[in-house]
Design a protein around this ligand. Structure first.
Ligand SMILES: [Zn+2]
Length: 361
């Protein structure tokens, strides 16, 4: 069967009747070609992948307009990353961030928090507990800044452990990893033996905050979304070997910006994502060996990248339409994923103004 371009020619409308109208039109045009179930009547979850130049900042906005921000990007730069986060929050129609989840206390994740709190109200900050890396000066500095913010009592603090559920209206969020520990039993429906563990490489225990990452599995209707922050390969193995405690994932927010210290083959074979979204920078993340492992994972339909990876060169970058920020001056383009409870979703590239739809399986 020949396939037409999966990219829509125009930007989908985002709100109310105009959106429903456009969705109905798009459905009529594309459903026969793509078999998309067209859930125009269902309410959607929106996920914005903010470009913070190789850090992380991922904003979830539920149909109930509850917001969860995973990480806050870098400190400094006159509040560049906080400004970018606030811009997408306003785009999503929110003036407050209900929950900010800090995966770990490295400065590309928690560094932007003081600037964010200065710009937009924050309800609760969720973390893995205290900083465990006292030998790294930038980490100590951002941890100190976090202590000072906590003392202002501008927001609540919630510390969680594996197995906990996060109180977020409109989606289910289960803590998978926190402070170096992971869930001790499989999630419902998971627990199968992982054939990729046989003869798999073993990795020494990481000594940094990365392995302390607060990781979550977010379930929205039929859709399963995994974000493990910068969780390292040694911890990944505990999650998927000898049995796969996680099961198959639909959307994988690529760990550690696509660096090789995360993204082991046994892990990617176990979670087998349909779509992976990598928050790399031009010069950070997107290691060719990790890129290959993700690209070769068994169910992958597409990998999307926030940046062209200079290290990846021509052989280890996806096609331009799947990259938000190609080579050249940075334009802070973002990716946006819209998900429906029936398991269908689309990924929108703010640079190309086009979206690709993925029907439910
Ligand atoms: Zn990081």
């Amino acid at each position: 069967m020949s396939r037409v371009s999966p990219f829509l020619r125009t930007r989908p409308f985002r709100h109310g009747a105009r959106r429903a109208c456009r969705a109905a039109l798009v459905f009529a045009l594309l459903s026969s070609t793509w078999g998309w179930s067209g859930p125009a009547s269902q309410k959607s979850l929106r996920i914005f992948f903010v470009d913070v130049e190789g850090g992380q900042a991922t904003l979830f906005v539920t149909p109930q307009q509850h917001s969860l921000l995973i990480d806050t990007g870098w400190p400094g730069n006159n509040g560049r990353d906080a400004d970018r986060i606030v811009a997408v929050a306003h785009k999503a129609g929110i003036n407050k961030i209900d929950d900010v989840l800090i995966t770990h206390f490295h400065n590309d994740h928690v560094g932007g928090l003081p600037q964010l709190v200065a710009r937009i109200p924050v309800g609760t900050v969720i973390d893995h507990g205290d900083n465990r890396e006292s030998t790294d000066a930038p980490t100590v500095q951002v941890w100190q800044a976090y202590q000072e913010l906590l003392a202002t009592k501008k927001f609540k603090r919630l510390t969680v452990k594996p197995g906990d559920s996060l109180p977020i209206d409109g989606l289910q969020a289960t803590v998978i990893s926190s402070d170096g520990a992971v869930i001790d039993h499989p999630l419902p429906g998971a627990g199968q033996e992982n054939a990729s563990c046989k003869n798999a490489e073993q990795f020494p225990a990481d000594q940094t905050e990365n392995r302390r990452s607060l990781g979550t599995l977010i379930t929205f209707g039929k859709l399963r979304i995994l974000d493990l922050g910068d969780l390292t390969r040694d911890e990944e193995m505990e999650l998927v070997c000898p049995i796969n405690k996680l099961g198959a994932i639909d959307i994988y927010i690529v760990s550690h910006h696509g660096w090789y210290q995360s993204n082991s083959p046994a892990f990617l074979n176990a979670i087998a994502p349909r779509v992976a979204i990598m928050d790399n920078g031009a010069k950070k993340g997107g290691t060719p060996s990790a890129w290959d492992i993700i690209e070769k994972s068994p169910r992958l339909e597409n990998l999307w990248q926030l940046h062209f990876s200079e290290e990846g060169g021509t052989a280890h970058n996806v096609a331009p339409e799947f990259i938000a920020n190609p080579e050249g001056p940075d334009a802070a383009n973002y990716l946006e994923l819209t998900a429906w409870p029936d398991g269908s979703f689309e990924v929108f590239n703010s640079r190309t103004q086009r979206a690709k739809r993925y029907p439910s399986h």
